[in-house]
Design a protein. Structure first.
Length: 290
């Protein structure tokens, strides 16, 4: 029997992720605030739901990929939200980067209502989503993870169960902390190459495969040089993630000077009106100096 998936949030990454599930034969129902964002999926045969309640009513799996923790809380715990609307036995998968404490609350409420919830944030941006090469970090019951694994395998190739509810979100915070300083390093490296009269594209050929190599240098540095700052991941969402990471770090008494600097610099970028650009638009702060 074909299994039904309700996919809520078909933005830059979500639409590709949902498309991969259709490729694997899952019956898809989609809901997103702006119906036009789901047009490609609807053209391929996905069903449209006018509300979250309608989308999840008979789904075997519910996947959410939205913007902010406040969106996650409303969608899951609201009066007409997922917890009160999905059928008993459904598996709920939140792939939004959100608060670990909220992931734990959702998991607890799901169990009370006969459902199973996992937090499964991802990394890899628009490229990883499009090519089904996402890293997926999962928190929740091991049995629920195992049941949801075929869906994860349709969307990613680095899939790790990190522990109980909230563990996926904690892992994503580690990921975002690493990216925050790495983005600064990539921008500074390219700015230095240009200042010294080198061809930065030739410099990238040398440094992306050596000890300095990183996903950011391989995938985003070329876009920086091309002046292509379209979002694979929005500045505004990255700032949200870093703020969560900062709040969590403070709870554990952890000093994060690299994260602090990144928050300050991305704050400057937001003030420039770049909140809807890709995170690699941070390079514009260095371009201003030229």
């Amino acid at each position: 029997m074909t299994q039904k998936v309700a996919f809520i949030g078909t933005g830059v990454m979500g639409k590709s992720m949902a498309g991969h599930l259709m490729d694997k034969g899952y019956e898809l129902t989609v809901y997103t605030r702006t119906k036009e964002k789901a047009a490609e999926l609807l053209d391929r045969g996905a069903e449209w739901a006018a509300t979250v309640k309608e989308a999840v009513a008979d789904a075997d799996y519910v996947i959410t990929m939205v913007g902010y923790p406040s969106d996650v809380e409303s969608i899951y715990l609201g009066e007409d939200g997922i917890i009160k609307s999905a059928r008993k036995g459904a598996f709920l998968i939140d792939m939004t980067t959100s608060k670990p404490s909220l992931a734990k609350e959702i998991a607890e409420e799901a169990l009370k209502n006969g459902m199973h919830a996992v937090d499964a944030p991802v990394s890899g941006g628009d490229v990883g989503a499009r090519e089904a090469r996402l890293a997926i970090m999962i928190g929740g019951e091991k049995e629920a993870y195992t049941k949801c694994l075929p869906l994860f395998e349709a969307m990613g190739n680095n899939i790790v169960h990190q522990g109980p509810a909230g563990s996926g979100q904690h892992t994503k915070m580690s990921n975002q902390i690493a990216i925050s300083s790495g983005m600064i390093a990539a921008c500074e490296a390219l700015a230095y190459a240009e200042k010294t009269g080198l061809d930065p594209e030739d410099v990238l050929k040398s440094i992306t495969t050596g000890a300095a190599g990183s996903w950011t240098l391989q995938n985003l540095a070329p876009r920086m040089l091309q002046g292509n700052f379209e979002p694979g991941f929005y500045v505004k969402h990255f700032i949200k993630d870093m703020r969560i990471a900062k709040e969590e770090s403070e709870q554990f008494g952890l000093n994060t000077p690299g994260l602090d600097l990144a928050l300050s610099l991305f704050g400057q970028l937001e003030e420039m009106g770049e909140e809807n650009s890709g995170t690699h638009a941070l390079y514009k702060l260095w371009k201003q100096q030229q």
